[in-house]
Design a protein around this ligand. Structure first.
Ligand code: NAD
Ligand code: LMR
Length: 344
């Protein structure tokens, strides 16, 4: 026995060094809205995620089956199946560790994200109710807009079902972070893959607040006030840039799929026990009075959001931006709460 223990001790460091060791676990992941503009490329990217063992692709339209057949031919470990229509939703959700929700209508030029509320609020409410019933322990990643309201709706539905754990509910704001990395590195230099720029607040217009003063590595010469203003404006309006360029055919789908897949991968890394996984997400928060939900840097772990990290030191312009966004974000959160309380 001593020889076995010695051998085990000898092997231990090698096991720890094994780069594939972190990829041993396999998770069950569902995409709700999988036949859509985001859902299809997201499903493809998740099929290639080494931490996904079982991929469930659900949509209200029958195309979900075709998307699943197509994606399933990609050679990776994830078993991939399609589900369509409310009767198959429980089958899609059974045993899920993570549910990603891009179901709902996208914007057309001239619309705000809040204009989507009337249709998407009910879609998110009903899908989250199904999650509460069938996979109450799953982490939920909400993409459907307006995120500032759909996440509070999801929270109320989960509370009503008695299964709410704020650590497992996240609004996906990672596209804002990707845009900040792209636009800042293009204009000021730096590697878009590794540059770190916090983007906090919410996910609509002025509620999207990039903290350029905390850019790491900080660009040589810093940002002039005009550069900071222009970059902030572009990051806040990145979604509208795509909506206008698509001229009525939808909003960001490909960049969003990339963002959602990267974020989902980080969530799974956390669930898998990896330490110090840091991302930004719109989560229940006490950082800003009046905003029960707020996007900020979070540490992901085995339970979902392990810790909501602080905002750090803001520049004067960022502090003004925070003050300006609070009433709008607070009203959007309240609108979500009110809708849910009146309709569940
Ligand atoms: P889309 O219309 O191309 O696809 C939406 C899909 O949802 C469709 O396949 C539709 O059949 C499906 N769907 C509708 N109701 C459903 C239900 N009850 N159950 C399951 N599936 C249902 O739209 P899209 O471009 O993929 O955008 C989807 C949503 O994501 C929009 O609300 C959009 O505003 C939002 N979005 C969010 C972000 C973000 O950063 N969080 C970025 C881009 C888009
Ligand atoms: C985005 O930021 O691209 C999304 O929220 C979609 C939109 O309506 O802008």
């Amino acid at each position: 026995n001593r020889r076995v223990a010695k051998l085990a001790a000898h092997l231990q460091p090698q096991i720890r060094r094994d780069p594939t060791a972190a990829h041993k676990a396999g998770f069950t992941v569902a995409v709700l809205g999988a036949a859509g503009g985001i859902g299809q490329p997201l499903s493809l990217l998740l099929k290639r995620c080494p931490l996904v063992a079982d991929l469930r692709l659900y949509d209200v339209v029958p195309l979900a089956a075709g998307v699943a057949a197509d994606v399933s031919h990609v050679n990776s470990r994830a078993d991939t199946r399609g589900f369509h229509g409310p009767s198959q939703l429980p089958l899609a959700l059974e045993g899920c560790d993570l549910v990603v929700i891009p179901a709902g209508v996208p914007r057309k030029p001239g619309m705000t994200r809040d204009d989507l509320f009337n249709i998407n609020a009910g879609i998110v409410r009903d899908l989250v109710a199904a999650c509460a019933k069938t996979c109450p322990n799953a982490v939920l990643n909400v993409i459907s807009n307006p995120v500032n309201s759909t996440v509070p709706i999801a929270a109320e539905v989960l509370k009503d079902a008695g299964v709410y754990d704020p650590r497992r509910l996240m609004g996906v704001t990672h596209l804002d972070v990707m845009r900040a990395r792209t636009f800042v590195s293009r204009s000021k230099g730096g590697d878009p893959n590794t540059i770190d720029i916090p983007v906090v607040g919410g996910h609509a217009g002025v509620t999207i607040l990039p903290l350029l003063s905390q850019t790491r590595p900080f660009p040589k010469g810093g940002f002039t006030a005009e550069e900071a203003r222009a970059l902030t404006h572009r990051i806040q309006n990145g979604g509208t840039e795509v909506v206008d360029a698509k001229a009525g055919a939808g909003s960001a789908t490909l960049s969003m799929a990339a963002a959602a897949a990267e974020f989902a991968h980080s969530v799974l890394r956390g669930l898998n026990g990896e330490r110090n996984v840091l991302e930004h997400a719109f989560v229940e928060s006490r950082l800003v009075p009046g905003c029960a939900f707020f996007a900020s840097k979070v540490r992901l772990g085995r339970v979902g959001v392990e810790k909501v990290l602080g905002l750090g030191k803001l520049s004067d312009a960022e502090a003004a931006g925070l003050k300006a966004l609070t009433p709008e974000l607070s009203a959007s959160i309240r609108k979500g709460f009110d809708f849910a309380r009146a309709s569940i």
